[in-house]
Ligand binder design. Structure first.
Ligand code: LLP
Length: 387
């Protein structure tokens, strides 16, 4: 059973809004914990970029997870939500000085460093503070992922990470610095990855790099494999919990660890994707010679994934109780032709005032909302608040 879209709960709230089913979220967290508790050296840092809603964060924190941040704002938000600073990993190609200072002041677990100039700045700022920053290097593993071009990150052409051939040199550089301590390697090959072969390829690449470093006498404590596990956007109700079993089994089976090493994961979408839906109201149904448009009150300012990545979110009419269906383009009110959620999709016969749910919107939904056209940022509610 997927997300519970109980109409009575949802009927009287100003639309559009995000709705989170905390039962799905808790089941998801339990499924992850069931896999990682098989290992005392596996740690999941939830990638807060996927969803930073305070209520969602509170539940993830209760699950005992660490956190992956990519900005000072995210660090502030997760500290407010109660996450311990010593479980924060901090990534990003362009960390500002104030963000590095914040990470140092809070004694975060680790900086995932993406370039030599960044390493030098962290060392400098840490020296001023009389601190030693723990650093891992984000290595670009040149492993492709079968996903949308805008969300693949592990190829040499992408801006992320340090080239493999420079890895040893950069580690030596860090080892010569007083205010950074090199602890390990960080990788991330992309997002919405459903082919386990992509993660297997990453594990093999990490094994090769580890052999190389071992031969050079370099010790690694932390292996951070990033995130990227995808979710089922086409059948979210039938498949609400991602395939964590197979995902973690890849690393169990293929990643060769040395004694004392820990493995860190940065899952975002797979944690929160299926627990959220965007709820929107039908303003008008407009027909022309060839189309029926369901014009809804949400637009790409509320959920940008279809416009930005050609993403398809399952759309359902949760008000209509007729079995009759029709074919609609579901479109928003924003003055741009890309403000289309989907085209030619079957929906129960739809009329003004019906509520429409866009499913699998818990990840990269609310957090990517903007106020373009001076629109309001949507609120987010959980089922627990709307009892
Ligand atoms: N770690 C790093 C270094 C990342 O860059 C990301 C995501 C993650 C972890 C979490 O990845 P996940 O497990 O969620 O796939 N806005 C896009 C997705 C962008 C992903 C950016 N990086 C979307 O809506 O599809």
């Amino acid at each position: 059973m997927g997300i519970d879209l109980n109409m009575e709960r949802l009927a009287n709230i100003r639309t559009p809004f995000y709705y989170y089913d905390t039962n799905i979220l808790r089941q998801t967290l339990d499924a992850i914990n069931a896999e990682i508790k098989k290992h005392d050296n596996y740690f999941v840092h939830y990638a807060v970029k996927a969803n930073a809603n305070m209520k969602v964060l509170g539940i993830i924190n209760e699950g005992g997870f660490g956190i992956d941040c990519v900005s000072g704002g995210e660090i502030e938000q997760v500290l407010k939500a109660g996450f311990p600073a010593n479980k924060i990993v901090f990534a990003g190609v362009g960390k500002s000085d104030w963000e590095i200072e914040l990470g140092l002041d809070k004694d975060i677990f680790c900086f995932n460093v993406e370039s030599i100039p960044e390493l030098e700045v962290i060392n400098e700022i840490a020296a001023k503070k009389g601190k030693v920053a723990t650093v891992c290097f984000r290595i670009n593993p040149n492993v492709g992922a079968h996903t949308h071009a805008n969300i693949t990150t592990g190829l040499a052409e992408n801006k992320f990470g340090i080239d493999m051939q420079d890895m040893e040199m950069v580690i030596r550089l860090a080892q010569g610095m007083k205010n950074v301590q090199f602890k390990g390697l960080h990788f991330h090959i992309g997002s919405q990855i459903l082919e386990m072969d992509d993660f297997i390829a990453l594990a093999h690449r990490i094994n090769d790099l580890q052999d190389q470093l071992e031969a050079a006498g370099i010790k690694i404590e932390i292996v951070n494999v990033g995130g990227g596990l995808g979710i089922d956007y086409s059948n979210p109700q039938g498949n609400p919990i991602p395939n964590f079993k197979d995902y973690f089994a890849v690393y169990d089976k293929y990643l060769k660890l040395r004694p004392g090493q820990s493995v860190h994961f940065e899952l975002g979408r797979a944690v929160v994707g299926q627990c959220g839906a965007l709820i929107t109201k039908v303003l008008y149904v407009k027909e022309n010679a060839i189309k029926k448009f369901a014009i809804v009150d949400a637009g790409f300012t509320d959920l940008i994934r279809p416009a930005l990545y050609d993403a398809h979110h399952k759309i359902v009419n949760i008000t209509s109780n007729t079995t009759e269906t029709d074919t609609y383009d579901v479109v928003g009110p924003i003055c741009e032709s890309s403000d289309v959620f989907d085209k030619d999709i079957p929906l129960a016969k739809t009329k003004r005032g019906d509520l429409i749910a866009l499913l699998s919107a818990g990840a990269y939904g609310e957090i990517m909302a903007s106020s373009y056209n001076c629109r309001r940022i949507p609120e987010g509610y959980t089922n627990e608040e709307l009892q």
